[in-house]
Design a protein around this ligand. Sequence first.
Ligand code: SF4
Ligand code: SF4
Length: 114
Amino acid sequence: MSWNCVRNCGACCYLAPAERPFLDEYLDPEQLALYHSLVGQDGWCRHFEPETRTCGIYEHRPAFCRVSPEVLVELYDEAPEDLDAWATHCCREHIEAVHGARSPEMGRFNRAVR
Ligand code: SF4
Ligand code: SF4
């Protein structure tokens, strides 16, 4: 994949369900319950470490937090040839919502996936 996660972003760890209206279309009931259990009062994942913008349970993070071809095909039913474009689109949506369309995070991401 040419998709790339960039350091010092963390936008996808903002989990407020209002930002993710189609959650129940791709998460089964167990995954959905896990997802909701992660959402803190401020909408950020309880395991997100804001000072470093990293995941506090990185090695044990849920499947829906992992961006790998296997997970994307299984969870989101995307065709393998569409995975790059789909993952890139999702990141841009999250980054725009959390940091802004003209943010340094968006600039770094766009350079990383160019
Ligand atoms: S939104 Fe994308 S680039 Fe930002 S932390 Fe999540 S996966 Fe990485
Ligand atoms: S478990 Fe980790 S990767 Fe998943 S949303 Fe929370 S902080 Fe982000």
